[in-house]
Design a protein around this ligand. Structure first.
Ligand code: SF4
Ligand code: SF4
Ligand code: FES
Length: 482
């Protein structure tokens, strides 16, 4: 950042509907209103994208300016007086909305966007007119799979160009464009979507024209509640919200966070909810017997590990608080190492994704250092090489795995330990059949805590609903050793 950029920006004073606003110089006029809690109808404006000024919903009047103009296409200036509460502006917004809805199919009852749709919301606030349409509506292609689990319904599109600006300016992959004119204008898919951020298109489409294959028809949005947390998909640690209800978790979306992820998140991060509410999540200790997992008394595990050398391998995805509690409870156990997920993909993809998939490697390393334990990969390799039948090996399994070959090779190496116990957030999978016992530990959404991201920033994990797992974290299983 240059010295000039570091200087605080000059503040500009203006009035919007008689309300005094003070915002930094250069702020978008519509952004200034929205950031100050003033509700202004808009479709095409998005603070993370270049201005298009095409939907004409954000019209305002400014004292001394002869004609109304779109607020998103202007920046603030000292002393200006702006209004969007006059009859002229209200009429303009209603007519524009009527225009947007002329050919709209109005299939809200079967549209996934219903409940969080700009068309629905603004019709209730600014529309509420009888349709003046006497001609047949123009029909366009519905349910087009355009790649990356995104579905396009061209009839519902209001041509706000948010999606085209996203693929042009953010991912720079240019898969979408707008072709034809008038009421035949529509989104054209120049090539299938092929970028790692495509699900953001579903978030930014203000109507139900772009929906997610993963989420379609699974839940009505008004039955969901959002829990704010941090993505555990890589060391970036994006701010996210997970939509869930008592029947399960259904989607992950970004929260605006100017210090970490801005407006976006990657498509890998969208999948971190998948294991939260799968059937078969553990509710208590299990033993592998007769080719299946069965509930087992803790006393049986205690008995089995009594005469063994206890060894631990922790994953690099626990919270700081879990590491602290672990090292407090297990201070007498010396054989502790750390399993780090291998790097995958580019070191940094230029947007958000990073190769290091360990969401809390820094927190783990800090806790190991404080406890005098060795968190290096060499230490873990050495432990794997020296395992014997006299060892009882406790492995805290990673919550998310990308490189399944590396993971399988890791699992094959631990077989030398005479007794193997997995502490897992997962359901009972075949990959666990090499373990003698399974113990449940909470997922990232089932505990309060913190992780440290690549910037050394502390990021918060918040507790949402639990789907069957016990609340006991890694340290809480210490009683098995006393
Ligand atoms: S598909 Fe959605 S985001 Fe793209 S132009 Fe149409 S309404 Fe806007
Ligand atoms: S960049 Fe990393 S932290 Fe951010 S959403 Fe993707 S996987 Fe999650
Ligand atoms: S939001 Fe201003 S013209 Fe679309």
């Amino acid at each position: 950042m240059s010295e000039v950029e570091k200087l605080p920006k000059k503040m500009i004073k203006l009035k919007w509907n008689d309300k005094d606003l003070e915002v930094p110089e250069g702020t978008n006029l519509l952004g200034a209103a929205l950031n100050n809690g003033i509700k202004v109808a808009h479709y095409c404006y998005h603070p993370g994208l270049a201005v298009a000024g095409v939907c004409r919903m954000c019209m305002v009047e400014q004292q001394g300016v002869p004609r109304p103009f779109p607020a998103c296409n202007a920046v603030v200036a000292e002393g200006i007086q702006v209004r969007n509460d006059t009859k002229q502006i209200k009429d303009a917004v209603e007519w524009t909305l009527q225009f947007h809805l002329l050919n709209h199919p109005l299939d809200c009852p079967i549209c996934d966007q219903a409940g969080e749709c700009g068309l629905q919301d603004y019709y209730m606030k600014h529309g509420q007119y009888d349709s003046a349409m006497i001609d047949k509506k123009v029909h366009k292609k519905k349910v087009q799979d355009i790649g990356c689990d995104v579905v396009l319904d061209a009839e519902r599109c209001i041509l706000c160009a948010r999606c085209t600006r996203f693929v042009d300016d953010v991912t720079k992959t240019h898969e979408l464009g707008i072709v034809n004119r008038g009421d035949h204008a529509e989104i054209s898919v120049q090539k299938e979507l092929h970028n790692d951020y495509a699900q953001n298109l579903v978030d930014i489409c203000p109507v139900g024209a772009l929906t997610s294959k993963d989420f379609r028809f699974k839940q009505r949005v008004w039955f969901l509640e959002d829990v704010e947390s941090t993505c555990i998909g890589c060391e970036t640690g994006c701010s996210v919200k997970i939509s869930q209800n008592k029947s399960g978790a259904y989607r992950v979306r970004p929260i605006v966070d100017s210090e970490v992820n801005g407006f976006w998140m990657c498509d890998d991060g969208r999948k971190i909810y998948k294991h939260l509410s799968t059937p078969g999540r553990l509710v208590g200790p299990m033993v592998f017997k007769n080719s299946m997992f069965l509930p087992v008394a803790e006393s049986e595990i205690k008995e089995k590990i009594k005469s063994k050398n206890i060894k631990f391998i922790l994953s690099a995805g626990l919270s700081n608080e879990e590491y602290q509690s672990f090292f407090k409870e297990f201070k007498n156990i010396k054989n502790i190492t750390l399993y780090q997920l291998p790097k995958t993909g580019a070191e940094f993809d230029g947007i958000l994704k990073r190769a290091d998939k360990n969401c809390n490697l820094r927190g783990a390393q800090k806790a190991f250092k404080l406890a005098g334990a060795d968190s290096s990969e060499e230490a873990m390799k050495k432990m794997l090489d020296t395992l014997t039948s006299q060892d009882a090996l406790f492995v805290v399994m990673p919550e998310i795995v990308y490189d399944h070959d590396n993971y399988a090779s890791f699992l094959s190496k631990i077989k030398k330990a005479g007794l193997r116990v997995a502490l897992t957030t997962d359901d009972m999978r075949s990959e666990f059949s090499d373990f003698h016992f399974l113990l449940p530990v909470p997922t990232f959404l089932e505990k309060e805590g913190h992780i440290i991201n690549y910037q050394n920033k502390e990021r918060k994990l918040n507790k949402g609903r639990s789907y069957g797992a016990s609340d006991r974290n890694v340290g809480d299983w210490a009683h098995l050793f006393h």
